[in-house]
Every structure is written in C-alpha cells, then in structure tokens.
Design a binder for this molecule. Structure first.
Ligand code: B1M
Length: 210
C-alpha cells in the first residue's frame, strides 16, 4: 500500500480530524485517485474501527472520533469523488421514528454507514412515515429506522406498514435498531435486518447491496 494511504488509514483510526484532511490532500497531490483514497484508506480504516469495536478494544467515543476524522477527510475528497463520478454503493434514508428525539446513536450509525460507502439522507428525529416514503420515491434503496423509547418502538412497525401500504416494500431494504429493539422484534414486524450497534449496522447495510 502507498505510504500516504497508510497514513490516512492511521489518522482515521486514531480519530485525528486535523491530520486526516491534510493527508487526503497530500494523497490527491501525489496523484492518487479519489476512489483509492476512499476505499483503501478511509473505508478500510472504518472497517477496522468496526472490528475493534466489536472485539471490545474500541468504545463509542473512539468510534465517534474516528467517524469525525472520516467526515473531515470526506470534506476534501467529496468534489474529487464527484469529478471521478464515483457512485455511492447505495443510498440510505435514516431517521429516528415519530415521537422520538434521541439522535446520538442514529448519527453514529449514519456515520459508520457512510464510512461503508453509502450516501446518507439523514431525515433527523421525530420522522413521520411519509418522510421515509418520500425518500424511497427519491431513490433511497435502504431505510434505517431508529427508536430509543419503548413507547416509540411501535412507530417502527407503523413506518414499515406505511411503506407496505404505499406499495414500496419490495423496492427497499429496511434495517432497524435502537436500545429497546431486538432481533426478534425486527423479524416480527417484517424488517429485513436488525443491528445492535453502529458497526454491525454498517455491515448489515453493506450486505444489502453486495
Ligand atoms: Co432519553 N431516555 N429521554 N434523552 N436518554 C433513554 C433512552 C432512557 C433509557 C433513560 C432511562 O430512563 N434510563 C429512557 C427510555 C426508557 C424507555 O423507554 N424504556 C429515556 C427517556 C424516558 C427519555 C424521556 C421520555 C425523558 C423525559 O422527558 N421524561 C425523553 C423523551 C424525549 C423524546 O424522545 N420524545 C428523553 C430525552 C432525552 C434527551 C433529549 C435529554 C437526550 C437525547 C439527546 C439526543 O439524542 N440528542 C436523552 C439521552 C441522552 C438518553 C440516554 C441517557 C442516552 C442515549 C444515547 O445517546 N446513548 C438514554 C439512556 C441510555 O441509553 N443509557 C436515554 C448512546 C448511543 C450511542 O446509544 O442510542 O443506544 P444508542 O444507539 C446505539 C444502538 O442502540 C444502535 O447503535 C447505536 C450506536 O452503537 N442503534 C442502531 C441506534 N439506532 C440504530 C439504528 C439502526 C441500527 C442500530 O439501524 C437503523
């Protein structure tokens, strides 16, 4: 691997949001393609961050600062990706369901899924089913539904039912998560998958498009 890609890998993993964009610019100046920088430097680092999180060597704060370093690097890389016409692996519309204002976990999931190469349509918190439906009509191929309250968890099922009723269910994969949500519940309400944390959410999203 090019030394500068190794540097990017390390600065993303260490969550160095100052050094990552500098290294990304350096790699571009050295003539590396935006695609290689993204795939072999940044996405590779976020995949490793996810692995370390799952093994208990990294915790939420490490994952958050790594994701922020990735975002900082993407700020430099984005125009070059557009110029190289690099397509995202998919588009995910993600939000916290109606009535629920918690967004820290959802934001972390969004960052990790972006780290896996997806374009993110972040619909925010307290999101009505209609907003997810609109996002699917606009091209989202994956929908991510988050709920943190036992009282709002049923809104996940309502949202899936609304997507069904709109006749869009076969156009989209639906993943769900949040503290009260379980794999059994996800299956019961007809979601395509459940992830207990942001790292596994990124892997699940990737499995939908691979
Ligand atoms: Co609230 N809150 N809160 N809260 N809050 C909880 C969730 C609670 C467990 C606290 C407690 O009582 N011990 C409790 C829920 C109890 C229950 O339902 N059984 C609770 C309550 C009751 C409330 C209010 C009702 C309090 C009140 O007003 N009386 C109120 C509700 C407001 C509303 O939403 N309508 C409320 C408000 C708030 C604040 C606004 C103050 C604030 C939210 C700020 C914000 O998000 N911007 C807040 C906070 C911070 C919490 C706790 C302390 C922390 C949540 C958090 O951010 N965790 C929480 C207690 C706790 O969890 N220990 C609590 C860190 C985050 C990284 O984890 O969100 O679980 P988490 O996300 C994880 C996974 O769940 C998963 O991946 C993430 C990263 O690994 N995941 C997904 C999440 N979404 C996913 C989606 C996926 C896949 C995986 O696919 C799409």
């Amino acid at each position: 691997m090019e030394p500068i890609l190794e540097d990017i890998f390390v600065t993303v993993m260490e969550g160095d949001a100052a050094a990552t964009p500098v290294n990304v610019q350096k790699a571009l100046d050295e003539g590396l393609s935006a695609t290689d920088i993204l795939n072999d430097g940044m996405i590779a680092a976020m995949t490793e961050v996810g692995r370390l999180f799952e093994e208990g060597d990294y915790f939420v704060p490490e994952m958050l600062i790594a994701a922020r370093a990735m975002q900082a690097g993407l700020g430099v890389l984005r125009p070059y990706l557009v110029a190289e016409d690099v397509k995202p692996v998919g588009v995910i519309a993600i939000g916290t369901v109606k009535g629920d204002l918690h967004d820290i976990g959802k934001n972390l999931v969004a960052m990790m899924v972006e780290g896996a190469g997806f374009e993110i349509k972040d619909l925010g918190t307290d999101v009505a089913p209609e907003a997810f439906i609109e996002a699917i009509r606009e091209g989202a191929s994956v929908v991510g539904l988050s709920a943190l309250l036992t009282t709002t968890m049923p809104r996940i099922a309502d949202t899936i039912a609304a997507i069904n009723d709109a006749g869009l269910r076969d156009q989209v994969k639906i993943m769900v998560g949040g503290a009260p949500v379980t794999a059994e519940y996800a299956e019961q309400i007809g979601a395509d998958g459940y992830a207990p944390d942001a790292s596994q959410a990124a892997r699940l999203a990737s499995s939908f498009v691979s």
